[in-house]
Design a protein around this ligand. Structure first.
Ligand code: HEC
Length: 139
């Protein structure tokens, strides 16, 4: 009887650990997927607004314009994206996963202001958006 109880205890603890760990593992996978999309290890299809031709994958890597001293699009931080601040002369706004998707696809920011054409428009599905958001919002 004691053996059965011990067995049940171990099984219960293992199940509880799995329940707790599963979302953390899923989040970790999303974040690493997002990091790969951000630095171009996983290429994304992108275009200049108003043009049909795809940009070469090397040209549309987020890091080209959002990392390092030459970051023409600005450094993207979790703080900068999630705090309510005025962007491009619009009213204060902040990003979440959904508004990041809209910005990437249509170039419209959370305050409904259109960004410059220097920022490419991306063909991103919901999973890629969620991954990019997980990566950007954790930093
Ligand atoms: C060729 C350069 C370039 C590339 C590549 C690029 N961006 Fe940008 N991005 C910009 C520029 C320039 C802006 C500023 C636009 C403006 O203020 O009108 C910008 C703005 C943004 C903003 C808005 C920040 C804010 O505070 O409102 C986000 C978010 C963003 N980019 C994410 C990305 C992501 C994610 C990728 C890759 C999937 C990417 N960008 C690729 C140039 C680029």
């Amino acid at each position: 009887m004691r053996g059965v109880r011990a067995g049940l205890l171990i099984a219960g603890t293992t199940a509880a650990a799995a329940v707790v760990a599963a979302p953390l593992v899923a989040q970790w996978i999303r974040q690493s997927h997002g990091a790969e999309l951000f630095d171009g290890r996983r290429p994304l299809v992108a275009r200049i607004a108003g043009h049909d031709e795809r940009l070469p994958p090397m040209a549309s890597r987020c890091i080209n314009c959002h990392r390092g001293p030459q970051a023409t699009g600005g450094i993207l931080s979790a703080e900068g994206l999630t705090q309510r601040i005025a962007r491009r002369g619009g009213p204060p706004s902040r990003y979440d996963s959904g508004t990041l998707c809209r910005l990437l696809r249509e170039g419209i920011d959370p305050a409904h202001v259109m960004v410059t054409r220097t920022m490419p428009r991306f063909d991103v599905d919901d999973a890629a958006c969620a991954a990019l958001w997980a990566h950007l919002s954790k930093r």
